[in-house]
Ligand binder design. Structure first.
Ligand SMILES: Nc1ncnc2c1ncn2[C@@H]1O[C@H](COP(=O)(O)OP(=O)(O)OP(=O)(O)O)[C@@H](O)[C@H]1O
Length: 813
């Protein structure tokens, strides 16, 4: 595959061989109904793998269990066995299946129905279920397939109509539970507590069976998600082919430059098209995962274009696959890939969850998919028993990807991260408690389930707003209206902004109010189901964004200005000139313009915008560095700070990098542009930066830190934000903040605080690993920088991070 690539480009940074493994079978547990065994045998499952039998038996015997094993390891069978066996045996019990997406729920229902086990009346109940069918489902189905959204809005809100169903509820399946993270995960955690309470009200005490991709500490995650103690089954006994994993860094291009003249790499998408075309030419059945729907379409088109020049007969063997396709189209594509009629498919993560495609010859991942769990889920599609398969990870222009291709152990040898969620977030707790109280009056002993003291505080506030009433027996809902419709469980509340096509009046989707200025500002390119639109108007008052269909040859990146103030400091540790804190902050942001870029990354122009300020109360982790450690000459705390801050003139809060101080001269930089670095961090004594370099150094360190936090906190870089300043009013020192992007926080800042040393060490490593001379999107430039990525001082960032790490290590973390 590297044939024909000039040797100076050598894009492959690492190759690893992962051995295969043989299957380990178990006997059918004695309790499995013979009809179920017969149905499964008919489908080619002659005996369960050991982990399936173990997890299924836990569930059958009433122990809450999470099965956390690799891709295509047959997790479905683990929850199907106990449910199907009870139903086949004629027990009058019911089961509820929850999946994060409708499509996955439909796939799982299809798979259960196709087994055709007697006594099973499985049906879906989601937004697509016709009204006429809903009564039938409520009255007759004994296995209901739904999703958290419908459970929240359509089932718990009207639980009286589901009384019979709840009375018999014996099992709740939570599939792909690792995807319940961040704000959505926090909502689902509370939703499951509501579900348990309602079930108990009807006298049922269902067992929870959770299926998860491989994650670290699945038992504690599952217990946090459900609120009940779960056992974990993690020993994967399914067979797996050997795989070779190659890490690939697209080369820097000579002919193109990006923002502020930074070098640009060949895009991961273009590189993926080329690799996919090569694989198809070799006759390898291959899947390429791309992060955006548009990207998936473009990658397929690119591969087809290459093939049309080399071997036109292969053009039709390449296609794109993404959500938004009809189920029949998706089925046809899956079948064509499995049969070998299609050789190359470029897809979004639509093919990641639940879809039964495995045993491919090759998988290409264009960019880190956000979590190690997703990485392994996607990579796991490759590998047939007996034959070796190839996985290629292509780095995008992003510090995290750069870090990973240069630190293979972080990708290939690290335990998969635990999903982060925070059910105590008051912004999540308040609407969830309102729903709980409206469902059934809440008693004092029940409060423990919802977070104890935190819940009590939130209830007191709801009582003050006259939404609930406190009586001696508990809390009561005061209104006849239910709050459920107002509570969106995938975001943090507020009226959603409707995105409407002006010509047709068709509503395309909704956007969180907090991110509307970012996502649908005038001029923004908005993608929906693979189609592209351009925003004409954003009216925040009426909650409307008007768009028209257009497929321009550029993407847009908003520019915003951010201020931050510390509301309270919850944790603080001092390390001799460096302090690390965790607390509550208020972030004020304003989108001030946007950049238009070509797909290559090349910037076309910048357009200013006049949009209102948005404010966000959330949680942040921040570190401060004393001016003496920063090493500014003769500094006494006022030098570096006064300089940059005074120029900004916003009372000390604006992003330090707004200051137009000259960026470092480079005299501190090593010949290879990698900065004045000593391995393992500097000893305290200073970063050796003159004051003028401090803003750029902190700004660059902040960008890279945001890029790397997802490695430790299962968040997306877009879930978090950051602010850096050479002097901050509230801390009195140079400060770098990284904050949660959601009101009340989602637990990401906490993870950053807990993992401060490995996080900042990885941040520094990512910057050092990038071969560019003074900063590019692969290290310190950020695609969402409010300041047009200015100033940025790459070498200075390495020096600051080295100094901070030196202090943390010397004074012990
Ligand atoms: N014991 C078994 N013996 C043989 N084949 C099995 C066995 N159990 C499951 N399978 C097959 O393995 C494939 C993958 O199963 P399944 O989709 O349940 O895996 P999964 O772990 O849920 O996958 P994903 O990682 O996509 O969530 C299916 O085709 C299924 O029929």
């Amino acid at each position: 595959m590297t044939a024909g690539i000039p040797s100076r480009e050598h894009p492959v940074t690492h190759v690893a061989d992962l051995p295969g493994r043989a299957a380990h079978y178990a006997e059918w547990p004695s309790w499995v109904d013979p009809a179920v065994v017969a149905a499964l045998r008919d489908c080619g499952v002659s005996a369960p793998w050991a982990h399936q039998a173990e997890a299924a038996s836990h569930a059958y015997e009433g122990r809450h269990v999470v099965i956390s094993t690799g891709t295509a390891s047959g997790k479905s069978l683990a929850y199907q066995l106990p449910v199907l066996s009870r139903l086949a045996a004629g027990e009058k019990t019911n089961a509820l299946y929850l999946s994060p997406t409708k499509a996955l729920g439909a796939d799982q229902l299809r798979s259960v129905s196709s087994l055709d086990v007697p006594g099973v009346r499985a049906a879906s109940f989601d937004g697509d279920t016709p009204m006429a069918e809903r009564d039938w489902v409520r009255a007759h189905a004994n296995w209901v397939f739904t999703n958290p959204d419908m459970l929240h809005r359509g089932i718990l809100s009207a639980h009286g109509r589901w009384a019979t169903f709840f009375r018999r509820l014996s099992c709740v399946v939570v599939d792909e539970c690792h995807s319940y993270r961040g704000v959505f995960g926090s909502h689902v955690a509370l939703l499951l507590r509501r579900l348990r309470r309602v079930a108990e009200h009807y006298g049922a005490s269902p067992v929870f069976v959770l299926a998860s991709a491989t994650t670290a500490s699945p038992a504690s995650f599952a217990s946090r998600l459900t609120g009940v103690s779960c056992v974990a089954v993690t020993e994967d006994a399914s067979p797996r082919g050997a795989r070779t994993v190659a890490l690939w860094e697209p080369p820097l291009l000579d002919e193109l430059t990006g923002e502020n003249g930074a070098p640009v790499r060949r895009s991961a998408g273009a590189e993926t098209s080329r690799i996919l075309a090569d694989l198809v030419l070799e006759g390898a059945r291959s899947l390429a995962f791309i992060r955006s729907r548009r990207g998936a379409e473009l990658a397929a088109l690119g591969a087809r274009r290459i093939l049309s020049e080399v071997d036109p007969s292969l053009v039709e063997t390449v296609a794109a696959y993404r959500s938004g396709y009809l189920p029949e189209e998706r089925r046809a594509l899956e079948a064509a890939l499995l049969s070998g009629r299609l050789l190359g498919v470029a897809t979004t993560n639509a093919l990641e969850l639940g879809v039964d495609i495995a045993g491919l010859d090759a998988v290409v991942l264009a960019g880190y998919p956000g979590t190690l769990a997703s990485f392994w889920q996607q990579a796991g599609r490759a590998g047939r028993s007996g034959d070796s398969a190839l996985v290629v990870f292509v780095a995008r222009d992003d510090p995290l990807d750069t870090y990973l291709v240069h630190h293979p152990a972080a990708l290939l040898s690290r335990p998969v991260e635990t999903a982060v969620l925070d059910p105590a977030n008051p912004y999540v707790l308040a609407p969830q408690l309102a729903c709980a109280v409206a469902e059934l009056p809440l008693t004092l002993p029940e409060l423990e389930v919802f977070g104890g003291a935190a819940a009590q505080e939130v209830l007191a506030e709801l009582a003050e707003q006259k939404l609930v009433r406190r009586r001696s027996s508990g809390w009561y809902w005061t209104s006849r209206d239910r709050p459920h419709a107002e509570v969106g469980i995938r975001g943090t509340g507020g009226e959603q902004i409707a995105v409407v096509e002006s010509d047709s009046g068709r509503m395309l989707g909704t956007v969180d109010p907090g991110s509307a200025c970012f996502a649908v500002h005038p001029g923004a390119v908005y993608l929906h189901q693979g189609a592209s639109y351009v925003v004409d108007e954003l009216d925040l008052e009426t909650g409307l964004a008007l768009v028209h269909a257009e497929n321009p040859d550029w993407t847009t990146t908003p520019r915003e200005v951010v201020d931050i103030s510390v509301l309270s400091t919850q944790e603080k540790h001092d390390y001799g000139g460096v302090s690390v804190c965790l607390g509550e902050v208020a972030v004020t942001s304003q989108v001030v313009g946007y950049l238009r870029r070509r797909p290559s990354g090349e910037v076309i122009d910048h357009t200013p915008l006049d949009l209102p300020e948005q404010s966000l109360r959330t949680r942040a982790v921040w570190y401060t560095v004393s001016s003496s450690l920063l090493g500014s000459a003769g500094s006494d705390g006022s030098d570096g700070s006064g300089g940059s801050d005074g120029e900004v003139g916003t009372g000390g809060h604006r992003v330090g990098t707004e200051s137009a101080g000259p960026v470092g001269t480079g005299e501190e930089t090593q010949a290879d542009g990698r900065g004045p670095v000593r391995e393992g961090g500097r000893t305290p004594g200073g970063a050796g930066l003159v004051p003028a370099r401090v803003p750029g150094a902190l700004h660059a360190a902040e960008h890279a830190a945001i890029g790397l936090l997802p490695l430790f906190a299962t968040c997306d870089r877009w879930d978090i934000g950051g602010v850096s300043t050479a002097w901050h009013e509230d801390t009195g020192e140079a400060t770098v903040f990284v904050h949660d992007g959601h009101p009340g926080g989602a637990g990401f800042a906490e993870r950053g605080y807990a993992a401060i040393v490995p996080w900042l060490a990885a941040t520094r490593e990512a910057i050092v690993s990038c071969e560019c001379p003074t900063g590019c999107p692969s290290c310190v430039q950020s695609p969402k920088c409010g300041n047009g990525n200015e100033p940025l001082d790459k070498a200075g960032a390495v020096a600051v991070l080295g100094t901070v790490l030196g202090a943390l290590r010397q004074h012990g973390t």
